[in-house]
Design a protein around this ligand. Structure first.
Ligand code: NAD
Length: 399
């Protein structure tokens, strides 16, 4: 018998997503004998307690009978149950200082931690994540902010619709002006952005023609690694080399600055990777960007004028092109930035469903079998001890 528990999210502000929807729980219990699921009651979850009950799933406060617990965000220290096996996004693998107390508590309390972020296919591609719906919401917000700035059209907020299906309905009959949009990245976020481009009937243009001409319909250009980065020595792009030695590469995005109204940024970024442009570029007379949806959302990262997270309540801020200072949105002489770190929370029912599908497809069988190489590789702590692949966290985990 395996008892799975879905924990209540305890991080503040509280996250409304969940690892398995009521429908998925019902399906799992029906199809797998020996599997049962308990759901911890929550007032914030995008699926109500009642929806789980109606699916035949027990809602309770006490998860002590569970073998494996699934959450989304970091579990507050006071909610950890000793000796349990947890799956969640711990944000500890880069030694994030703000989660060190959580790491210490998990060590002390003999927790086994399997981090979703570390579940990878053999070639290193991540198996599970919310990026697709971040791309959907981020791209919508970018288009919405451009409409608010220019007054060309009006688009409502994603969080006001019930689900993705209803969002799609809001696009019917909508006609965008002849804008040019640059989309960066090739992962899940980029796929979500491209989905919105297709739904809004924005046509794809090849990089050369995008740079050469104006169009009498809206267009986007999809910029992949090879379009964005060139080896400083020989001008080529090799994906593996770029991933291992990004510092030998330069970014060639600045040629798009004079030809782009909206940037939708979905690339992976770290400190060694060159930025898309510089703060000084904001002052270029030909700097055309009016709106930047920085879905990647690294503060002062690939988008240097990302001056920090905004919130779902107030997602857009301006950046004064002359001073680089944060302003209210939509002012003349500024560029609008949308940088929100929890975009999928605007569409939580669909994002949770998509997440649960990936979990069922790629991970739950291994959990039922009691483990696998995949799970082992993503296990940061085993009963409170760092596993061999994560020994580099020793100084961070020690106290
Ligand atoms: N704002 C939000 O709410 C939100 C939500 C989800 C993801 N994100 C962020 O968006 C970014 C993209 O996420 P995603 O889900 O598309 O990721 P993904 O894992 O699906 O894709 C990442 C892409 O980057 C490439 N990549 C992987 N490792 C790399 C490396 N070391 N150097 C260069 N490129 C590398 C991969 O080949 C892949 O094409 C990430 O920074 C992620 O944290 C933001």
């Amino acid at each position: 018998m395996l008892v799975i528990g879905l924990i209540r999210e305890g991080k503040v502000p509280s996250d409304n997503r969940v690892a398995l929807t009521p429908g998925q729980c019902k399906w799992l219990v029906k199809h797998f004998s020996g599997l049962s699921i308990l759901v911890q009651s929550s007032p914030h979850r995008c699926f109500s307690d009642e929806e789980y009950r109606q699916a035949g799933i027990e809602v309770t406060e006490d998860l002590s009978a569970c073998d494996v617990l699934f959450g989304i965000k970091e579990v507050p220290v006071n909610m950890l149950i000793d000796n349990k096996i947890y799956f969640f996004f711990s944000h500890t693998k880069k030694k994030q200082a703000y989660n060190q107390p959580l790491m210490h508590a998990m060590v002390d309390r003999h927790i086994t931690l399997i981090d979703y972020e570390c579940l990878e296919h053999k070639d290193g591609q991540r198996i599970i994540g919310f990026g697709f719906f971040a791309g959907i919401v981020g791209a919508h917000n970018g288009i919405m902010a451009y409409g608010n700035r220019t007054g060309a059209y009006q688009l409502g907020r994603v969080r006001e619709v019930h689900d993705y299906r209803e969002l799609i309905h809001t696009y019917f009959g909508m006609k965008l002006p002849n804008i040019k949009i640059a989309v960066t990245g090739t992962g899940r976020v980029a796929h979500g952005i491209l989905e919105i481009m297709n739904l809004l009937d924005v046509q794809e243009a090849e990089p050369a023609e995008y740079l050469r001409q104006e169009f009498d319909y809206p267009v986007y250009v999809h910029l992949k690694g090879t379009d964005l980065y060139h080896n400083r020595q020989n001008g080529t792009y090799d994906r593996t080399e770029f991933h291992t030695h990004p510092d030998s590469y330069e970014c060639v995005f600045n040629q798009y600055l004079a030809h782009t109204d909206i940037l939708m940024n979905g690339i992976y970024w770290d400190q060694q990777i060159p930025r898309l442009f510089s703060m000084e570029d904001l002052q270029r007379p030909d700097f055309r960007l009016q709106t930047i949806a920085d879905i990647t959302d690294d503060k002062n990262g690939s988008v240097p004028c990302n001056l920090g997270d905004a919130t779902i309540e107030s997602p857009v801020y301006g950046v004064d092109k002359r001073t680089g200072a944060k302003t209210v949105p939509y002012l003349p002489g500024s560029v609008d930035v949308i940088a929100v770190g929890n975009l999928p929370n605007e569409l939580p029912r669909d994002a949770s469903k998509f997440f649960g599908e990936q979990l069922i497809k790629y991970v739950l069988d291994d959990v039922r079998k009691g483990g696998s190489a995949l799970i082992e590789k993503a296990t940061i702590l085993q009963k409170g001890q760092l596993t061999p692949g994560f020994m580099y966290l020793s100084d961070y985990a020690a106290h």
